[in-house]
Design a binder for this molecule. Structure first.
Ligand code: 5GP
Ligand code: MN
Length: 316
């Protein structure tokens, strides 16, 4: 993985940056952004760390998460250079209306868009966190404990904690180096996977009870009513999309989350060569080969039908 020289000189030259990552942030977005901002601050730079959505409660174990702000005043930005992390459009970062001087994109999504004066996109990189690991080293900095916890969490979440097919010897080597630098795998795993509230668990049961299987596609649903009944919110559905893929004959797992009246967020997870990034693109979404998402304005029934049709029409 080679860090572009253009990116390095941009980072060395500018004094202040706005780092923005995608809406509904998860540990790859959060951990990469926090570790990167710590690194830039060590180089004497000023950094504004932005996510349109607040850091979800259960990711607040990431050291440095307090630096994130979720509202921006025009006077704060003042034509700063911006860096998009773990996403590649202003829309995905929820900042379509900001003014900026220059822009850089650091991302690993295969659904790349034509945005950014400087682009470093590695669609085969398992996580943005891995790219940031190399970038920090290339900047001549040591990986601190705080950076290590953030980067390990980033890589862990995007590799299913070293289980998915993006888990390579290189990923494990970097993981080992991060452990040596202070990341504790069991502490991080228990925060990522074993820190559910009871309400979240009850919401999960309700979601599982909506299971419908058609054409090897498993679909589960969470409605706003379910949040009310369990005292939960959208953040609590993190991880839900992957569960139906536990069934060995399922090719695609689809999770429908109600956003509003006849308005749904759909998260897709697939197995092997089935490319759900292509499927999500048909609905103006995006993502990776085995994990993608999009939003759709339709009744639940039509949204399910449209998805099944789109998957069937794909040539895998
Ligand atoms: P999730 O479904 O868990 O939100 O996201 C799975 C993957 O798909 C992530 O890599 C995420 O960035 C991407 N993704 C999810 N929703 C969207 C979307 O609406 N647009 C785009 N471009 N990517 C998405
Ligand atoms: Mn990622």
């Amino acid at each position: 993985m080679k860090v572009p020289n253009k990116l390095l000189s941009f980072l060395r030259k500018e004094k202040e940056f706005l780092i923005a990552t995608h809406v509904n942030p998860e540990p790859d977005a959060l951990g990469s952004a926090i570790a990167f901002s710590i690194a830039l601050e060590k180089l004497g730079k000023k950094v504004i760390l932005y996510d349109k959505d607040p850091v979800p409660e259960f990711y607040r174990f990431l050291p440095g998460h307090e630096q994130f702000i979720s509202s921006l005043r025009a006077s704060d930005i003042n034509y700063l250079p911006i860096i998009l992390l773990d996403c590649n459009t202003l829309e995905r970062a929820g900042i379509e209306d900001i003014s900026f001087r220059r822009s850089a994109v650091i991302d690993h999504h295969e659904t790349e868009k034509d945005f950014g004066d400087i682009k470093w996109i590695e669609s085969t990189a398992p996580a943005t966190g891995l790219m940031i690991f190399y970038l920090i080293k290339k900047l001549g900095l040591k990986i601190t404990k705080e950076m290590a916890i953030n980067l390990y969490s980033a890589i862990a979440i995007d590799t299913g904690t070293f289980r998915y097919n993006n888990t390579t010897a290189e990923v494990l080597r970097v993981g080992a180096e991060l452990i040596e630098a202070g990341a504790n795998p069991s502490y991080i795993s228990s925060n990522l996977y074993e820190a559910w509230s009871k309400g979240r668990f009850l919401l999960f049961i309700m979601a599982l009870n909506t299971l419908e299987i058609k054409e090897d596609i498993a679909m589960i649903v969470v409605t706003k009513k379910m949040y009310q009944k369990t005292g939960t919110g959208a953040d609590d559905t993190e991880n839900f999309p992957g569960f139906p893929r536990m069934m060995k004959d399922i090719k695609v797992s689809a999770f429908f989350r109600e956003l509003g009246d006849n308005y749904w967020k759909v998260s897709l997870r697939s197995r092997g060569d089935i490319n759900v990034a292509h499927v999500a693109t048909l609905f103006n979404g995006g993502g990776h080969k085995n994990a993608s998402g999009y939003k759709i304005k339709a009744s639940l029934k039509s949204a399910k039908k449209a998805l099944i049709k789109a998957i069937k029409n794909q040539k895998f």
